[in-house]
Design a protein around this ligand. Structure first.
Ligand code: HSE
Length: 310
């Protein structure tokens, strides 16, 4: 095999209360990477589509290029020639793990192409290098679910300890992206670095409640636990009419509602697909009424992570 095309999924990080430690993958949208081995040593990004010219073709400044370079260094194969095409199929800066999807697709592709057989756990630190380029910190709550599929908990960063969590099979997700720009790097700077003990108690109760709800298939408990009193109050102002959007989602039967990653996308868990469609429509109608363009996606939770297309 000297060429491969791989899809990797979008992700919802934080899942409201689990800042930097919880995330899950979506069936759609996602990004595609095509990769080829050539005789010309070095990494080259030959094409990027769907980015409106926003991403760098310089491999040292592109998350896919950087993570693939780290991978090649680790397996001592930097003499190889690698050509990368990146096809963005989701909005950049949307809070849906756009850079993570591309990075994970690239790492999965190189691992397959070179028959390197690195495990997902071994690939993850390279993907986190890509996040460092994208937003300044190597958080794993987008790259880990994009790589593993499903729902993941990053129990610890040092040492890295990632746990795949079960989830109720009927769980669906409605994601709405209000088209305003919220770079993750900026959204992270809004967060206080100190937390009151009483707030920490509330927050870790909710994280434990959410994880318990996932294990117990208890959607009421999942919904009750989707509360964030630390990060969300600082970031809500980045999202047009955030609290009204929550009201609309909950009135339409959402299990829970919150910011996807660092925003501006918002997401709702629902019991089924029709409910996800209904909530997306209601949220988009509200955004239109305040003159904000939006895109929406409805999806079940992606269980498999990256996929070889051909
Ligand atoms: N946990 C990260 C944050 C996710 O909230 O900044 C970014 O998508």
């Amino acid at each position: 095999m000297d060429s491969i095309r791989v899809f990797a999924p979008a992700t919802v990080a934080n899942v409201v209360c689990g800042y930097d430690v919880l995330g899950f993958a979506l069936d759609n949208p996602g990004d595609e990477v095509t990769m080829r081995i050539t005789n010309n040593p070095g990494i080259r990004i030959t094409k990027i589509t769907g980015d409106n010219g926003k991403l760098s073709m310089d491999p040292a400044r592109n998350t896919v290029g950087v993570s693939v370079q780290h991978f090649l260094q680790a397996i001592e194969k930097t003499h190889l020639g690698i050509e990368i095409e990146l096809h963005k199929q989701m909005p950049i800066g949307s809070g849906l793990g756009s850079s993570s999807a591309s990075t994970v697709a690239g790492l999965f592709a190189i691992n397959q192409l070179l028959n390197s057989n690195l495990t997902l756990k071994e690939l993850l630190p390279f993907a986190m290098k890509g996040e460092e380029i994208a937003c300044g910190t190597g958080h794993a709550d987008n790259v880990a679910p994009a790589l593993y599929g499903g729902f993941v908990l990053i129990r610890s960063y040092d040492p890295l300890d990632v746990i795949s969590l079960p989830f109720p099979p009927e769980l669906h997700c409605a994601v709405v992206f209000p088209e305003v720009d919220v770079p993750t790097r900026d959204a992270r700077q809004l967060i206080r670095s100190k937390v009151l003990l009483k707030d920490a108690v509330t927050q870790w109760g909710n994280i434990a409640g959410l994880v318990s709800g996932l294990f117990l298939n208890d959607t009421d408990l999942i919904g009750r636990s989707m509360k964030d009193i630390i990060i969300e109050p600082a970031r809500a102002m980045l999202i047009p009419d955030f609290y009204k959007l929550r009201e609309v989602a909950m009135q339409n039967g959402a299990i829970g509602f919150g910011i996807s990653g660092s925003g501006p996308s918002v997401f709702s868990f629902t019991h089924n697909k029709p409910q996800a469609v209904q909530i997306s429509k209601a949220l988009q109608n509200h955004l239109s009424s305040i003159n904000v363009f939006s895109k929406s996606y409805t999806s079940s939770i992606n269980e498999s992570g990256p996929k070889i297309l051909d």
